[in-house]
Design a protein around this ligand. Sequence first.
Ligand code: HEM
Length: 296
Amino acid sequence: MNVHYITSKNFSNSPKGPQFHETFEILGQGIFTSDSEAWTNSKALLHPLFKQQSFCLFLEKIVWEKVEGGLLPLLDHVERKSIEVDLQEESEDAIFHRYVLPRSLWKLQGWLGIGKETKMRKGLQIFDLFLYEFIRNKQLQKEARKYSSAVEEAELDLLTAFIKEKEKNSKVDDKFVRDNTLTMLAAGKSTITVGLTWFFWLVARHPLVEAKILEEIEDKFPAKEENTNQMVYGIQQVKKFIYLHAAFCEALRLFPPVPFGQRQAIDVDTLPSGHRIEPDSMIIYSMYTMGRSKDI
Ligand code: HEM
């Protein structure tokens, strides 16, 4: 009730707030770190991009290539050699440190040019150099295509979609493209890897669930002669896996990759539970605890 109130019903009084912006300052003014008007503008712009048919086609193709060309051969190798593999990638170390260290300490580290802060800044410089160069090249490629052929791309990657938007929307500049590209990488990569790691761990410990997942796949797409080797499914096909979806949601409930959320009140407020919130109060809510609370 309280979380719904903060994040939805009285959303305008509970932005992410200055402390959140400071912790995630590396993401600039991307949708993840913005509030109020800037957030509304980013949302209005980004939301339709993800729904474009050409973007979905591109996504499907990339996932296919990555799974068939990378993941499956790797897992095959791991199985043949009977070696152990750690599926989880290292997450954003420096941001985690900003949460666990006192603010004055990580600020001092940044100022002295030592520790995780400096490593992160150096990494970001390289990322920015790479990305701005990439944006320039994409633009040049796009120009060249415009004059050499009129063929429109059937598959659209996110960066090209941002650049197209930049041409017709004055609110979109290189900084917007940089901030939102980094945001998507940062917000999407670790969450998915952490989520999948826990999912596979749980499935490995529950053979009955594994059997049901396999049964559902076989039931929806029976192995025929011609597709015996099919192990990658398209967006429309994946939607048919109801049990698999539920199993993944269950993994997210037990081990949420984003275990807590934070907001900062603007004005004095009273939560549905009757608790009074003072202006500027930090409100932290735990998805991990909520997912395991019998009352919820
Ligand atoms: C299992 C995977 C994922 C989980 C558990 C997850 C979880 C979350 C949560 C809890 C938030 C809210 C943060 C807050 O407002 O305090 C959030 C926001 C966000 N996530 Fe994810 N996420 C996942 C995957 C992704 C992916 C793949 C992307 C992008 C490619 C992404 C992009 C974003 C963005 C842009 C926001 C900010 C949205 C806004 O402020 O309106 N997430 N995510």
